[in-house]
Design a protein. Structure first.
Length: 447
């Protein structure tokens, strides 16, 4: 592995500033679903502890509407400005370089800090089967493997993402088919709101985890064969798939035995688990059934799909910030041999491994959500500004129900941010420190 990175360093000394265009609409769908699908497998059930079935359901429905509105609006921006920087480029055109920098940092926080949480889950997954293998060692090894795959080329990375995403979607549908016969409506109604309506606000970050990362489709726009047409297909197919899977997984998982059974390892108050699907399936088949082992085995692909896909999107985000010299310019270099943002990918890996060493995966997830919500709000403000100030700009796709959709995203996103600061103030303070310190450094260096 060390030899691979030595070769890459030599290769990057002669770089070209052009990303290779290889992605089709189906590849964009696979990337969009793949970025997100691990959220169906783990993490979301912890929101049930905060809000119960009803509180989490309200949070999830609200967040789902926000993501539908956001995706349709963000597609307009991505088709009109097909750049790897995503929200950074949109904000730069609409709101100026200072707001663009903040948007770029928020996007980087989301894409760089979400993968460590998934890497830790991958490590924990292997540790359950092979206790002799340390969780951290597996997580770091996963970073090395999938960063290398992304460096080798976006086409190879996309093919791999398509395969694991299709397997992960198929596994979720198989789980729904197994769990549906055991569904009972009273399991949804039992203790549905254990902490009053405040629990719905506390559950928001975990509802967002169902969809976090789908916007990464925009960050591979420069590598899409026909971005003005293909991006809208990729976004549309992806959000439709994710909404369908979210409803099916939420209802069938809780319907087996109630929300407590898929939150606590022993089905009662105590140690929580981030594996709701195996907990539900265990109650149906036991832990010696072939289907149980199949779910556990193939379920790993859901984690890998999101981990690998977010590494890809993060590399493009950091690359664009480096190209604009908001990050060290070396991150804006493209490998001449592979035509991928290799330095950006390696830099993100280093930050991700450092985050892994902290051991605070729950806090890392919430930190990533802070970045995502900031991204959504700034992107929608940029969209409104461009509609007003650049009405004649070419827009291959125009978002429906304008301005209702972008205003709805701003409103829901702002309320979500405020509630997260209330329930996770320390993490929110750390996030503000990251934004503030980066901005001061940016202004100082630029001057």
């Amino acid at each position: 592995m060390a030899l691979v990175y030595c070769i890459l360093i030599l290769d990057l000394m002669s770089a070209t500033q052009q990303l290779k265009k290889t992605l089709s609409p189906f590849a964009l769908w696979a990337l969009g679903v793949g970025y997100v699908i691990s959220g169906m497998y783990f993490g979301w059930n912890l929101g049930l502890e905060k809000g119960g079935t009803l509180g989490m359901a309200v949070a999830t429905i609200t967040v789902m509407f926000m993501y539908i509105a956001f995706t349709l609006s963000y597609t307009e921006l991505a088709c009109a400005i097909p750049k790897a920087g995503g929200v950074f480029d949109y904000a730069h055109k609409a709101l100026g370089k200072d707001v663009a920098f903040i948007a770029g940092i928020a996007q980087t926080v989301e894409f760089v800090f979400a993968p460590p949480a998934i890497a830790f889950a991958i490590g924990a997954y292997f540790n359950a089967f092979y206790p002799a293998i340390p969780i951290l060692s597996t997580a770091i090894f996963a970073y090395l493997i999938f960063t290398t795959l992304n460096i080798i080329g976006v086409k190879a990375a996309a093919i791999f993402e398509i395969v694991v995403t299709v397997l992960a979607v198929g596994e979720l549908l198989l789980f729904v088919g197994i769990a549906a016969p055991s569904f009972e409506t009273e399991n949804l109604a039992r203790n549905a709101l254990p902490h009053s309506w405040s629990g719905a606000f506390a559950a928001i970050p975990f509802a967002i985890w169902f969809f976090l990362g789908v916007e990464g489709i925009a960050n591979v726009a420069e590598e899409t064969k026909n971005p003005q047409k293909d991006i809208q297909k990729g976004f549309g197919w992806a959000i439709a798939t994710l909404c369908t899977l979210c409803i099916l997984v939420f209802v069938t998982t809780i319907g087996v035995a109630g929300w407590e059974a898929v939150v606590f390892k022993n089905g009662i108050d105590g140690e929580t688990s981030d594996s709701p699907l195996p907990l539900a399936l265990y109650l149906i088949t036991g832990d010696n059934h072939l289907l149980y082992h199949l779910l556990i085995t193939v379920g790993l692909f859901g984690l890998i799909a999101s981990f690998h896909g977010l590494i890809l999107a993060a590399g493009r985000s950091t690359y664009e910030m480096g190209k604009a010299q908001n990050f060290p310019p070396i991150f804006g270099e493209i490998s001449k041999k592979f035509q991928t943002p290799s330095y950006a990918l390696v830099g993100n890996m280093v930050v991700g491994i450092v985050a892994l060493l902290s051991g605070k995966t729950g806090e890392i997830i919430i930190l990533a959500v802070f970045g995502a919500l900031t991204l959504y709000i700034i992107a929608m403000i940029a969209m409104i500004r461009l509609r007003n100030n650049a009405p004649d700009m070419e827009r291959p796709f125009r978002a429906p129900l304008y301005p209702i959709f972008p205003i709805s995203v701003i409103a829901i996103g702002s309320i979500s941010l405020l509630s997260m600061f209330y329930f996770s103030f320390k993490i929110g303070f750390v996030y503000l420190l990251i934004i503030g310190f980066s901005y001061i450094l940016f202004k100082t260096v630029k001057r």
